[in-house]
Write a protein of this length. Sequence first.
Length: 191
Amino acid sequence: MVDLGAGCGLRQGEILGLGVDDIDLDAGWVHISRQVKLVRSRLVFGLPKNDRDRRVPLPDSIAQVLRQHIDDFPPVSLTLPWENPASGERVTVPLLFTTIRRGVINRRTFDDKSWRPAVRAAGITPTRATGMHALRHFYASSLLDAGQSIKALASYLGHADPGFTLRVYTHLMPASEERTKCVIDNEPFPA
């Protein structure tokens, strides 16, 4: 789960709703088509935020971790209502991540029983800033530091507007003065 957050920029609900069929390990893509969310205190599958699916590049290192995870913990097909707990529409997904009892993971339970204890064990105080969403910010800042375009990053993060991505992450973009000099002088960027 950490690898998908930090290495692909997925939101927590998207990770929890990820099915084995959403991953193309050979071509190197993750298709984000759903999330697990709470609606009226019930778990449902639903569209990702902004009601748009997307594709995200899958780095080889993350694909390798996923292959091992799938071997160690075969996907479990689970069924939930789609978007509305009262709806008769049900969707079955072979989920990559499940509870010990082979059920759908509730993010609140995961945060209380797994994430926050792990953060504390690492000597970090659990706060909103140290939540699982911080992995997504790590992903974004890593891509920006490497020179990825705002437009591509917005697409990978599932932001409807690249301007939003720019406003959120502009402070993380590399200083342009040195980079500009290096480009014109045909020199490598400073580390």
